[in-house]
Design a protein around this ligand. Structure first.
Ligand code: GTP
Ligand code: MG
Length: 305
């Protein structure tokens, strides 16, 4: 069996989580048009007859402005230690600049893992836009300034599934022989509860504007199955201020209802049963700067130092 860890890195919003979902063929990690959607290290597992590939999704790299940001930065750092392969994702609809090149060079220097560069969103970027990016990066395919080369630069569309198979085979070729890390039928390392909370957060990210979604955390107070098989989920949406609470609830409770309704549909698919959601909005002042609350709402204490 060939096995290994493949860590996906890149700036916020370039499509890292979308790429993992496309590679694994399951909804592993939530996706939204807002930057800093992913907050944790999340594994997506793909097992076939010959290999087990463990893809590791990471938060988009940015300068932290609070403790949650520092936590996210630690998740990225931990994910790059001891990984077998690194994939750095760029957004093909945007200009690729020196800072992107420096970012790739940094990992070529600090890590020993083979590095692939992916230029994503090619469905939205015309050939005229993508080609100059590929040309600009092409010098990295050779040793440059004493820095080792990247293994390949692959244009993809995570959204349309373009070149995902090519990327997958390239990554597969990097894996060594080993024991499986996870049972063959698992597609993520995260619990059902974690996936439920993330689903609610995804809908909040989609339905709320401005800065509010960034200050939201979701956790499950209680979950149980009724006699008729319905999953009863009581969950809290945590916000930072009273004024945010009112916005999340919306006029006549409409916003909260819409978030719950959309989340319920996805969670029913996830659990393969009918779901009844009860949702509450709670204020925990400035929780993104409070390790105790962050731990309470499910952030890994190992990264809260
Ligand atoms: N057109 C197009 N849009 C894409 C593609 N991949 C991702 N997107 C969109 O880009 C936005 C960000 O996608 P995510 O997968 O959440 O990006 P991310 O890099 O994980 O973002 P963070 O977790 O915030 O760092 C979403 O609106 C996606 O639908 C793609 O191949 N084509
Ligand atoms: Mg993400």
């Amino acid at each position: 069996m060939k096995t290994g860890f493949i860590t996906i890195l890149g700036r916020p919003n370039v499509g890292k989580s979308s790429l993992i979902n496309a590679l694994v063929g399951e909804k592993v990690s939530i996706v939204s048009p807002k930057a800093q959607t992913t907050r944790d290290r999340i594994m997506g597992i793909l097992t076939d007859d010959e290999c087990q590939m463990v893809f590791v999704d990471t938060p988009g790299v940015h300068k932290p402005t609070n403790k949650l940001g520092e936590y996210m930065e630690k998740c990225v750092k931990n994910a790059t230690v001891d990984t077998d392969v690194i994939v750095i994702v760029l957004d093909g609809t945007r200009r690729v600049g020196e800072s992107d090149i420096d970012f790739i060079d940094k990992y070529l220097k600090v890590s020993k893992a083979p590095i692939y560069v992916v230029v994503n969103k090619t469905d939205e970027a015309s050939y005229e836009k993508v080609y100059p990016i590929l040309e600009k990066l092409s010098f990295m395919l050779q040793e440059h300034d004493g820095i080792r080369p990247v293994k390949d630069i692959i244009p993809t569309s995570a959204k349309k599934g373009k070149n995902i198979d090519i990327l997958k085979s390239a990554l597969k070729s990097e894996l060594g022989e080993g024991e499986m890390f996870f049972p063959a039928d698992e597609y993520t390392d995260k619990s059902e509860r974690y996936m439920i909370c993330e689903t609610v957060r995804e809908k909040a990210l989609m339905l709320l504007n401005d800065e509010i979604p960034h200050g939201i955390a979701v956790y499950i107070q209680r979950m149980f199955y009724e006699d008729n098989g319905v999953a009863h989920i009581i969950c809290d949406i945590v916000v930072e201020r009273d004024s945010h609470k009112a916005i999340v609830i919306g006029k006549g409770g409409e916003k909260l209802k819409a978030i719950g309704e959309r989340a319920r549909r996805d969670i029913e698919k996830l659990l393969d049963t009918k779901v009844y959601m009860e949702m509450f909005v709670k204020v925990r002042d400035n929780w993104r700067n409070d390790h105790v609350v962050m731990n309470d709402v499910g952030y890994d204490p190992k990264n809260l130092k």
